[in-house]
Design a protein around this ligand. Structure first.
Ligand code: LLP
Length: 431
């Protein structure tokens, strides 16, 4: 199977050229230079609506908290604001951006880890809802402010994810609070005068099967039951986290969304009624699912190097631009934007410009015969692409473009050499 199997309806080939929602990828690369992230507005909206509508078939009180870390471009946030989404934020920076994009504080849930006191103060001043990740964080918060509402991130002791780094619950995880301490957390909060409550978990990222979500939800709901019984706490919301996976390899099967919704909500509704949990809102926090396949990274082939062992395509995007292959060994589908009709007949390693041997976007990738100057499109780059990019090797970060119905606009200018100086000071003795 070829990577082309992962093209979605907004990525079409016409006369051998890749069009992104009606815009020629060659034109975008020419106009804005490469590397370049291209985001498809309609696909973001479609992903959001598909998910929301599927969940809503089972329960009225559902809210989606888009996990901003996947992509915090202001335009992406504004699109989702318009769709009625809420925001899962993990840093003061994400709260700041979400507020700038027009989200009101009541639509922002902060779930940080290793949170500082000054950050807690910022959150309190911003009036967002805080989801605490440790007893220490809760105690430090309550010392200077008693919020009306608080949520506790539970470690449901079941984690899952596409890579060890992306499993965020279970024995070895730094995230969440273990059951006994969860009871203590709600006790502390209630005694301090907190009057409204939520409960939360997030087990990991890039999960393509339904089972882990169900097992973890079962545990979370049993803990909610215990809190309800022992402390008579009523939950305004139960947040089951994000983690909904997206296929990156042509042979991977997508998460069965209907099954996910049917089983997860089925369990939720059953336990909520059995455990007398009232009528809590159900929150989920997807990041990847909303933006991943709405983004393409365009990168140009600078150089071709053939050694006795390998054929390298040297492109202009390295792990400074897209770190997922280097960091997690992730597979990203790649198509040749100016040779869409050509047959795959060569095997290449696709290497970036960073001076490290791990700087490969792909190993042993079957592609058409490539010439220098060809344009590659790395698919599924909308989530954790730009947001994880860096200036490593002193390479300015790339730009981002938004397309919609054949129109396009630059939504982030590429940095330039002066960006490398930004914030730097030279001490007097070196001047
Ligand atoms: N909620 C919380 C509290 C999270 O920590 C995360 C992701 C999400 C929701 C959203 O997860 P998603 O639905 O996107 O899977 N950089 C990695 C992914 C790390 C995700 C960290 N937390 C990657 O590129 O695969």
């Amino acid at each position: 199977m070829s990577d082309k199997a992962l093209l979605n309806p907004y990525l079409e080939s016409s006369d051998g050229i890749l069009y992104i929602d009606g815009v020629s990828s060659l034109e975008l690369a020419e106009k804005f230079d490469t590397p370049l992230y291209v985001l498809v507005e309609n696909r973001i909206r479609e992903n959001y609506r598909r998910l929301y509508q599927t969940l809503r078939r089972y329960y009225e009180k559902v809210r989606i908290y888009y996990s901003a870390k996947a992509n915090t471009n202001l335009s992406v946030l504004k699109i989702l604001e318009g769709e009625g989404s809420c925001i899962d934020a993990v840093s003061p920076g994400e709260v700041f951006l979400a507020l700038k994009a027009g989200f009101t504080p009541d639509r922002i849930l902060f779930t940080g880890t290793s949170v500082r006191d000054d950050e807690l103060k910022f959150l309190v001043e911003s009036e967002v809802t805080i989801n605490v990740d440790s007893l220490s964080q809760l105690r430090r918060l309550l010392k200077f402010h008693v919020p009306e509402i608080i949520s506790v991130r539970v470690n449901p002791e079941i984690g899952a994810g596409h890579h060890e780094h992306c499993i965020t619950a279970g024995r070895n995880s730094k995230f969440g609070i273990w059951e006994e301490d969860v009871v203590e957390a709600y006790r502390l909060a209630r005694e301090a005068g907190v009057s409204r409550f939520g409960i939360h978990m997030h087990i990991g990222s890039g999960i393509l099967t339904v089972e882990p979500f169900i097992l973890a939800a079962e545990k979370l709901l049993s803990i909610a039951h215990r809190i309800r019984r022992e402390l008579d706490v009523k939950f305004e919301f139960i947040d089951l986290g994000g983690g909904l996976g997206v296929p990156y390899r042509p042979e991977e099967k997508p998460l069965d969304l209907d099954l996910y919704a049917e089983r997860l909500l089925g369990l939720f509704l059953k336990r909520v009624s059995e455990y007398d949990l009232g009528e809590p809102w159900l929150f989920i926090e997807p990041g990847r699912y909303i933006v991943c396949d709405a983004g393409v990274l365009l990168t140009r082939v600078n150089t071709i190097k053939v050694t006795p062992y390998r054929k390298f395509l040297g492109v202009d995007a390295g792990f400074n631009t897209l770190i997922r292959p280097a960091m997690y060994g992730s597979y990203h589908p790649i198509v040749v934007a100016n040779k869409m009709d050509w047959r795959n007949e060569e095997t290449y390693d696709v290497a970036g410009p960073i001076c490290e041997s791990g700087d490969l976007l792909a190993r042993d990738r079957r592609l058409p015969r490539i010439s220098e100057g060809d344009l590659l499109a790395v698919l599924n780059a909308g989530a954790y692409g730009f947001s994880m990019s860096s200036q490593y090797n002193s390479r300015p970060r790339c730009g981002e473009v938004l397309v919609k119905d054949g129109r396009y606009a630059l939504i982030r200018r590429r940095e330039n050499l002066n960006s490398l100086l930004s914030g730097q000071e030279v001490p007097s003795w070196l001047r």
